[in-house]
Design a binder for this molecule. Structure first.
Ligand code: HEC
Ligand code: HEC
Ligand code: HEC
Length: 154
């Protein structure tokens, strides 16, 4: 319950400040929320997203990790594809990047990017990963071959 109230208060404050009508003192930092680089609308209403993105993400993560369900609608990769900054190419590299801007203002810390990439998985990165995997496969095949030879030689 208090979690809820606190969240509303934080979101209202962040939004008011962003809109430049905050009761905050002059000179107080305001979150600058960067516009989405792609798409003309979010996966849900913007206002809904502002309030509920954390629930969508967490719910989705639990479904994915614990239940093995993978839907694409609320995928974190999707958020990053559209919301990565044009300048840094990331949602969390600079203080004005999308996921950081409000969070810094509202003093929210998330650990998501310890594991998840903050940048869109572009074609180049995907190709690099595939190449890496192919190389490892080739190495493993070679190693396996050697072992067989060693085994036969004995
Ligand atoms: C198809 C592109 C697209 C995807 C995918 C997407 N968004 Fe959005 N999002 C937008 C657009 C467009 C807006 C409207 C505001 C703007 O233009 O930046 C928006 C708005 C938002 C807002 C409100 C920002 C504000 O100004 O108050 C939040 C929060 C948000 N998105 C989070 C997310 C999250 C979290 C995900 C992943 C679950 C996600 N978005 C996926 C395009 C996208
Ligand atoms: C310890 C590492 C770790 C951390 C920290 C972590 N995740 Fe994940 N996350 C994973 C793994 C592993 C998967 C499964 C990937 C798969 O199977 O597709 C996953 C999957 C997801 C998915 C579904 C796949 C996608 O791209 O949409 C979402 C959404 C998600 N995590 C959100 C979050 C959010 C939000 C946070 C922070 C609150 C977070 N994760 C923190 C490891 C992590
Ligand atoms: C419009 C401002 C805004 C934007 C943009 C925004 N967030 Fe948030 N986010 C918040 C606020 C405010 C909270 C804290 C709510 C609370 O305390 O319960 C929050 C909380 C979260 C939480 C839950 C943290 C926790 O400890 O429970 C996650 C996960 C999260 N955001 C992920 C993201 C991701 C990923 C992005 C970028 C795709 C993003 N947010 C962009 C305002 C924003």
């Amino acid at each position: 319950m208090w979690q809820r109230v606190r969240r509303w208060a934080l979101i209202a404050l962040a939004f008011l400040a962003w809109a430049g009508i905050a009761p905050a003192q002059a000179g107080a930092p305001k979150p600058v929320i960067e516009r989405a680089a792609k798409g003309d609308r979010c996966v849900e209403d913007t206002a809904f997203m502002r309030r509920n993105h954390m629930e969508l993400l967490k719910h989705h993560r639990d479904e994915t990790v614990h239940l093995g369900i993978r839907t694409r609608k609320y995928s974190l990769k999707g958020c990053i594809d559209c919301h990565a900054s044009k300048e840094t190419g990331s949602v969390a590299a600079a203080k004005d990047d999308f996921c950081v801007s409000c969070h810094a203002y509202a003093a929210v810390k998330i650990d998501c990017f310890d594991c998840h990439s903050t940048k869109p998985q572009g074609a180049a990165q995907a190709t690099a990963r595939l190449d890496g995997a192919r190389k490892r496969l080739a190495d493993a095949t070679r190693a396996l071959g050697m072992k067989d030879i060693v085994g036969v030689a004995r």
